[in-house]
Design a protein around this ligand. Sequence first.
Ligand code: PPS
Ligand code: MG
Ligand code: MG
Ligand code: MG
Length: 376
Amino acid sequence: MAAPFLLEQQVAIAAVRRACSLTTTVFNKLVVGETLVKGDKSPVTVADFAAQAVINTVLSHAFPDDPIVGEEDAADLRTATPESDALRARVVELADDVLAQLPREHAGERAEWGLGRRWGSDALLGAIDRGCHVGGRAGRMWTLDPIDGTKGFLRGGQYAVCLALLVDARVELGIIGCPNLPADTDTDATTDDKGALFVAVRGHGAHQLPLEPSTQQQQQQQHRLLHMPRLALHDLSFLESVEKAHAALDTNARVAARLGVRAAPVRMDSQAKYAALARGGGGVYLRLPVAHGYQEKIWDHAPGSLLVEEAGGVISDYRGRPLDFGLGRTLGENFGVVAARKEVHAEVIAAVGAVLAEEAVEKEGEESVVRAMMNP
Ligand SMILES: Nc1ncnc2c1ncn2[C@@H]1O[C@H](COP(=O)(O)OS(=O)(=O)O)[C@@H](OP(=O)(O)O)[C@H]1O
Ligand SMILES: [Mg+2]
Ligand SMILES: [Mg+2]
Ligand SMILES: [Mg+2]
């Protein structure tokens, strides 16, 4: 997979693989008290913090000048309370256990990326806080979601470790580790192995690699170039969120009916949706806004968007405009996400527009009934 950003690819792959081994370990041992509820009411676990510490440590050693826009920060780990002390100790232990493993030469890992030693609390909390960059339009920066789909992670469902490199607000490299996604999509597959790593490089394709680093020869055998298949509209099935609070699932159903889609939607947490789409599942990922004022975050879409584009898809908001990764930490006002293979994307956008117009008329009708009842 020789391509631009070769060193960046190697570093990002090593960092995401190590973070995935950490999250898998934590899932098997997560105990009560290792999860917090953030200010926005969403959960964060010791694994989210520790995975961000691991990836930011690796990035900071390999590319010391690159800013990082990461989801988490260490404020909740720095307060002087017994709960915070215990949480911090656990995060530091988990991150250091993974970073201290010796560099695996067959996987291209190098000691100068911060591997093969323990870093301790100050360095690791500092690494987590390297993720506080504000984002923007100019220059190189990474964006990181250490666990995307934390709710999925907690329920043993899909989640993803997501990292992307942006240059002047354009995604150039996207890496997504999916520890719970089947390694093989072939329904006749004889194995039920879980775990897959997805790598997209702008202009150089979307790829699936094994999540565990193996020998060069095994890597080559298991390497798959991903293409979204051409599907007729009625053969699509929608990929969508699990949480009703994250996407307007009733509107999705109306769009599907309008397009003549027969299959039931596939609900999946996290950017595993983009990975499933890129390797041929479903055909459409539709995410229409529900919560007023919620702004989508760049780390929730940057690597997935490139994966889909490189596999033959188009991604836009529901108006058909490109997602703008240069506005800061968010994508700005929320006009949703529509990702589909290029042959059907325009028809999906048209169907979304028609359904949203219908819903607006219905809402106006309901409001005028209410007005009439209030002012008889
Ligand atoms: N209100 C609202 N609207 C839209 N999106 C929201 C909202 N609240 C949270 N989030 C973000 O959703 C991320 C998970 O998205 P998913 O599509 O995986 O959601 S779902 O769990 O499948 O329903 C989730 O990512 P993580 O926090 O990394 O898990 C959030 O960033
Ligand atoms: Mg979160
Ligand atoms: Mg996320
Ligand atoms: Mg997250």
